[in-house]
Design a protein around this ligand. Sequence first.
Ligand SMILES: Nc1ncnc2c1ncn2[C@@H]1O[C@H](COP(=O)(O)OP(=O)(O)OP(=O)(O)O)[C@@H](O)[C@H]1O
Ligand SMILES: [Mg+2]
Length: 211
Amino acid sequence: MSVLADLDDALAARTDERIVVGVTGPPGSGKTTLARTLTEYYRRLHGDGFVGYLPMDGFHLSNTVLTQLNRSDRKGAPDTFDVDGYVALLSRAIGADRNVYAPGFDHTAGEPIAAALVLPATSALIITEGNYLALDDGGWSPVAGLLTRLYYVDTPANLRRERLLPRHVAAGKSPEGVRDWVANVDEPNAALVAGTRDRADLVIDGTVPLV
Ligand SMILES: Nc1ncnc2c1ncn2[C@@H]1O[C@H](COP(=O)(O)OP(=O)(O)OP(=O)(O)O)[C@@H](O)[C@H]1O
Ligand SMILES: [Mg+2]
């Protein structure tokens, strides 16, 4: 089944509750691209007030806190996010009768930005995305229970690495630095995420155009 057909089914079956879609997958698989494409698609179809977009990326710990915790060299690992903050905001967004403001993420600065996004009070659909939505430890386990649908974006490791390369280079890493980061950070995280693939309602091929 295609992602749009599946999501249309979920929306058609909706009563009063919001539909909450989670998009997960390893680093570079295409989560943000899919989540933003779906957000844009449903906004065009039903208006801006129909969809709220909540990326897990906004809950990255700041670089200052990562330094204090001695975790700067593992940025992106499950314990380098404010997991409780994410779970609390997602829960609040699901039941909210007012606009909910959510943090975004500045990829250039590598820092979260407070209140960068608005989840409209009128939204019928919340689209959230990130690596660890289906992890069952480290504080992430409540997330799966909050989702109506979980989609996993599956992309071969070599293509994911190719996609991540420009991002690492733009962040100022040397070729050797990129190799080390991929081996020590991205790939261990990818392996953790791959362990959650079976929990998805739908696995989406991240190598083809999306919708
Ligand atoms: N279906 C697709 N076809 C072609 N290119 C894609 C596709 N999905 C994503 N990409 C490209 O791959 C790169 C990574 O995509 P994206 O940022 O969506 O991945 P991500 O899973 O959100 O990564 P991260 O885990 O780092 O947040 C981007 O340059 C994007 O344009
Ligand atoms: Mg992303």
